[in-house]
Design a protein around this ligand. Structure first.
Ligand code: ARG
Length: 589
């Protein structure tokens, strides 16, 4: 048997539902009333209900002249019992102030402290496919892919935490026309590639060389085209060459994923080759394809552009593989939701894909949710597209190296190398470096562009990973130092002091925040929440002594067990939240 599901308790929604129900039964004509009626209060109450104003207007429009104050009282009369509410008060002219039950919220925190922040298993978990990262073989994995990787991983973590069945898919570009020229060059440079693995460690360089030949040597170009045809018809030699090239890329990508602690299943475009063939047949047979100068395209009546399904040379495209992938995910993987994470520039592609898939009866939007989650571009400090000084795309591995170096310098600048052991310093510098890169990305509204700046992200004040990591180590050292004085580990958490109560309410917004995150696919809500928790904790700790000492003798005169426990439960929320962002935490830094 599961205990109460307190880890994800959504106070705001609970209150809202109770008030909505009361409103619907208060007067006739509100049966379908459906909006948010409860908001966090700015005055002394915890929440307030703002509905009476609007209701009395609506009533007036129907010829019923009922004073605001009466409407408010009527709602209160109709309220069901709700154990998180202590009391409600109507104030003039017609506001309903809601006071939460401090005892109940304390019980919830006590429960979380004892059982950890672990949601109960879902009754009906959903199969959710998240398509993210998805770099292209032999091309540089750039900051755009980094954004997709960071946002995608964190979204997966949130869905997994809530209890859904998440499939993390890497839709690698491993089947495009670039392979024609890569294989042609491989044949030229390493004719013996079938027996001896060719030493191509710099695949980008290799790609550049083949591109130069492709653009300047007609003979080479012809052979390159021929190689694509051979590859897509599965000629063993060409498959072998293709595998060799993909392996080199895969190793490069894997290094980045390991550094950033990203779990993802590789399932590139090539996986769908036979499925592309069959979907083309299906579309052809059902009459969805039109000829357009030798290309086969598909229109949906709703879409502004068509998809290109077969090129004039018979080859397939990005559109074809996405169409086949969508069908595979619906029919074979039985996905309930499919989420794509790429830069906003691809929104038209995915919109068109969705419309065409609905038109072709492959996607039924009432059974399967298909969401495009776009994000803005990453800018350099000059506010232009993030590039190296010489104008090239920034290499991810180099960027991560620089992050490590900068994080280390920052820690040394603060003299931390004198306090920490070598091992602790290493742990701290990776936590800070990767944490700040991830956090800087996640804390911005994903649809906006943002400026990539190590200086900004390494600041230890304000809404940064460094600030949060410090806050957490501070709480951990408080727990370590004071924990031994805590006599009663089963004491109730203290919530009654003004600052304790503020922290309690802040912590318990966790469930509401996570639901907002998965509703809008926006991780900055979680970042803002964690920042709020850290600053509210700080206020609490400055105002509420956990231990009181005799100022003269230094002797401990009073231990506030309940406050030490409040520190502990705060640690649980902060640590869990940072983990959901993919940020590794440390105990010392
Ligand atoms: N490889 C693509 C790119 O680099 C991203 C793929 C996104 N996923 C998809 N199913 N199309 O732009």
């Amino acid at each position: 048997e599961n205990g109460p599901d307190y880890a994800l308790i959504n106070l705001h929604e609970t209150l809202n539902n109770v008030f909505l129900k009361a409103i619907r039964s208060s007067y006739e004509g509100f049966e379908d009333f459906d909006e948010t009626v409860v908001t966090a209060s700015k005055n002394f109450a915890d929440y307030q209900c703002n509905a009476p104003m609007k209701m009395s207007k609506l009533l007036k429009a129907k010829g019923q002249n009922i004073p605001l104050f009466t409407v408010a009282n009527k709602i209160v009369e109709c309220l069901d019992h709700c154990d998180i509410i202590d009391r409600v008060e109507v104030s003039k002219p017609g506001f309903i102030n809601i006071y939460l039950s401090q005892f109940k919220l304390r019980d919830i925190l006590d429960f979380v402290l004892e059982n950890k922040l672990k949601p109960n298993p879902l009754l009906h978990p959903k199969k959710i496919i998240i398509d993210f990262s998805s770099p292209n073989v032999a091309k540089e994995m750039h900051v755009g892919h980094l954004r997709s990787t960071i946002i995608g991983d964190s979204l997966c973590r949130v869905f997994e935490f809530i209890g859904h069945d998440v499939m993390r898919l890497n839709h690698i570009g491993d089947w495009g026309t670039q392979f024609g020229m890569l294989i042609a060059l491989l044949q030229d440079k390493f004719p013996d590639y079938k027996n001896v693995s060719p030493p191509i460690n710099d695949l980008q360089e290799f790609y550049k060389q083949s591109k130069v030949l492709f653009d300047n040597d007609p003979e080479f170009k012809k052979r390159a085209y021929n190689c694509v045809v051979k590859l897509q018809s599965m000629s063993p030699d060409h498959i072998k060459a293709w595998k060799l090239i993909c392996d080199v890329s895969r190793q490069e990508f894997q290094k980045i994923y390991e550094r950033l602690n990203i779990n993802i299943i590789e399932r590139g475009e090539s996986f769908y080759q036979s499925r592309m063939e069959s979907i083309v047949k299906y579309l052809e047979k059902e009459g969805f394809l039109e000829d357009d100068n030798g290309r086969k395209i598909m229109w949906s009546p709703e879409a502004s552009i068509p998809l290109t399904i077969v090129k004039s040379d018979g080859g397939f495209t990005y559109d074809t593989s996405d169409f086949a992938a969508l069908k595979q995910r619906i029919e074979e993987e039985k996905a309930d939701a499919i989420i794509y994470i790429t830069d906003s520039g691809q929104s038209t592609h995915f919109e068109t894909l969705k419309k065409c898939a609905i038109h072709a009866k492959i996607l039924n939007p009432s059974n399967v949710d298909m969401h495009f989650v776009g994000f803005g571009v990453v800018l350099g400090e000059d506010k232009k597209k993030f590039k190296t000084r010489s104008g090239e795309t920034v290499r991810l591995a180099g960027l991560l190296d620089e992050g490590i170096k900068r994080a280390r310098d920052k820690l040394i600048e603060k003299g931390r190398d004198k306090v920490l052991t070598d091992e602790e310093l290493k742990l701290a510098e990776t936590a800070v470096a990767y944490g700040c890169i991830k956090y800087a990305d996640l804390c911005h509204n994903r649809s906006h562009e943002y400026v990539f700046s190590f200086d900004k992200m390494l600041e230890d004040k304000g809404n940064t990973a460094v600030y949060l990591l410090y806050a957490l180590t501070r709480i951990r050292s408080i727990i370590n130092n004071l924990g031994s004085h805590c006599k009663d580990l089963n004491a109730a958490i203290s919530v009654f002091h003004e600052n304790e109560w503020k922290l309690t309410k802040t912590l318990l917004r966790f469930g509401e925040v996570l639901f907002k995150v998965i509703n809008d696919f926006c991780l900055h809500y979680l970042c803002e929440y964690l920042y709020d928790v850290a600053t509210t904790f700080s206020e609490f700790y400055d105002n509420c002594y956990c231990i009181e000492k005799n100022p003269k003798t230094g002797e401990i005169v009073k231990v506030h067990d309940g406050r030490i426990l409040l520190c502990k439960v705060t640690e649980e929320y902060l640590n869990t939240g940072l983990n959901l962002l993919g940020i590794h935490t440390v105990s010392k830094m």
